[in-house]
Design a protein around this ligand. Structure first.
Ligand code: NI
Length: 171
């Protein structure tokens, strides 16, 4: 297993639509294991494959950040099949470090996908779990949470990271 590098906002890999996984290969299993290790090391509560530079439809969600095995979800080709209600709360993203903003999400969702054995699974999530599932699945369609903010906030955040990237190049 290995901790992979997490791409930061501005990287074109984050805005691409990811391809469906067409078989649970060794490569996909290795990717999933690395993603679990990467999200725990960050630490964070969720990660999508495009964030580690792989445009495949794989997500990891673990609200316990490694404390509870039952809280760890790895989903292949996930989709939201039902949503209900609304919750507005602060949200962040490992690809947009140190930024937290309020985002509206459904209060309850059902997500469907495959587990690592290729079995179809459904996860019913409320509140934070629903938020995390929506956030990670958005990544697979190239959508970062900043796209849900006002145009002004979004522009300010993008500018901030452009400046940081330019400074890093000069250093
Ligand atoms: Ni994210």
């Amino acid at each position: 297993m290995a901790v992979r590098e997490i791409l930061i906002i501005g990287d074109p890999g984050l805005t691409r639509t990811s391809d469906p996984v067409d078989g649970i290969t060794e490569e996909i299993l290795r990717l999933a294991r690395d993603m679990v290790e990467t999200v725990h090391a960050a630490p964070g509560v969720g990660l999508a494959a495009p964030q580690v530079g792989v445009n495949k439809r794989v997500i990891v969600v673990d609200l316990s950040v490694g404390e509870d095995r039952d809280a760890l979800y790895v989903l292949i080709n996930p989709e939201i099949v039902s949503k209900e209600g609304e919750s507005i709360a602060e949200e962040g993203c490992l690809s947009v470090p140190d930024i937290k903003e309020k985002v509206a999400r459904p209060y309850r969702v059902i997500a469907r996908g495959l587990d690592l054995e290729g079995r179809q699974v459904e996860i019913e999530g409320e509140d934070l779990l629903a938020r995390a599932l929506c956030h990670e699945i958005d990544h697979l369609d190239g959508i970062l949470f900043v796209e849900k903010l006002s145009a002004l906030k979004r522009t300010l955040i993008k500018k901030k990271f452009k400046k940081k990237a330019a400074a890093a190049l000069k250093a």
